[in-house]
Design a protein around this ligand. Structure first.
Ligand code: DLZ
Length: 155
């Protein structure tokens, strides 16, 4: 049975983890999910690393929300680097679902982006774990999460 650790934040304005878990359990009905929630993105790296080690998770998913200010964006850069280090150290995939609040002006559009991104990355996690060959068939096809696919560029 695959075990997946998930960490999200109270800073986020959409409960993306619930959508991700719903998609994960649709694709992997026997998956065991361990979820924790922390205040903000800078609290995620240590939380997911500790959880993955304590629970022995096969893979992880982190869901963050970035505010509109420059301080928020710098926080994201620091967080993003830390998440790369955690993955390298644990040698486990941890899919990063991040929504930047300035991706859209309306709350309706931000909600749509957040849900679409969480669900599509849940599928990516499934493919990384169980169907890596499917990802290879999609190489160069301009897949997007949160938006319609960009599509391939043909010669
Ligand atoms: C400036 C800032 N921006 C964000 C953000 O855009 N998204 C987010 O999730 N959290 C932010 N935080 C909070 C920090 O990540 C963290 O929760 C606090 O510094 C407490 O450790 C901070 C402090």
């Amino acid at each position: 049975m695959v075990k997946i650790c998930i960490v999200d934040t109270t800073f986020a304005r959409v409960d993306m983890a619930s959508h991700a878990i719903d998609a994960i359990l649709t694709l992997m009905p026997s998956a065991q999910i361990v979820r924790r929630t922390v205040p903000g993105i800078k609290d995620i790296p240590v939380a997911i690393k500790k959880l993955m080690k304590e629970e022995g998770c096969d893979a992880g998913m982190v869901l963050g929300w970035i505010g509109r200010s420059m301080t928020d964006k710098i926080s994201y850069a620091v967080y993003s680097l830390a998440m790369q280090l955690v993955q390298l150290e644990l040698e486990r995939h941890i899919i990063d679902v991040t929504v930047h609040e300035d991706e859209a002006d309306s709350e309706e559009e931000l909600y749509r982006i957040a849900v679409d991104r969480a669900r599509k990355h849940a599928e990516n996690l499934y493919l990384l774990l169980y169907r890596p060959e499917v990802l290879s068939t999609r190489a160069g096809t301009g897949r997007r999460q949160g938006y319609p696919d960009a599509g391939p560029i043909e010669p």
